[in-house]
Design a protein around this ligand. Sequence first.
Ligand code: IYR
Length: 228
Amino acid sequence: MSSDLYRPIPYHPERLSRAESHQRGAEFFQELDQRRSVRFFSDEPVPRELIELAIRTASTAPSGAHRQPWTFVAVSDAETKRQIRIAAEEEERRSYLGGRMPDDWLEALAPLGTDWRKPFLETVPWLVVAFEQVWSFHPDGSRRKNYYVKESVGLACGLFITALHHMGLATLTHTPSPMRFLSQILGRPDNERPYILFPVGYPAPDCQVPDIQRKPLEEVAVWNPKSS
Ligand code: IYR
């Protein structure tokens, strides 16, 4: 079905040689393979312009019907970070110690060394909370449906952490559960739900990370027998 709303424009991205593609792909992989989720941050300030660049990069993500159903809320003031830490730790304490997380989940997390305490939420210079817009608004204020919201926001968040890593910054895809307290503290509207809470900063000088390996290609890729 063709529509008079479909008015495409030309698209001619640079065509790379095979060698150039390979080199860029290999370098990009090496760079991203260095990325680690960090739980120990320096309090060193991070300029706002770097956070802006990461959010602009995130917002280049593809999205269902191009609705771009995300809002990134950036927080740097000590008072709000403190409120978020207190509320997150309250929820996490109930999850870890109050029996809200089943034993198999606690076992799965044991190698990561996590517990209910989240001091990094106050140490870091920035907290960036990604919200999903479950619906949007028409100009007249009525509800406008969004599509593939979780997929879209997940893609944007992937690009966000990639941009941060490329700029030498560290983050954690933190999901204190449940996250409703973030809507209250940050005064977000009813159409938005918290999706991921990202502490953003430089790793602490004595930062440590779990000794984990990534699955090799053979475990994550399958080549269809009929394909070359
Ligand atoms: N939200 C908790 C628990 C947690 C869950 C998963 I899945 C992780 O990969 C890590 C932690 C927390 O942030 O500690």
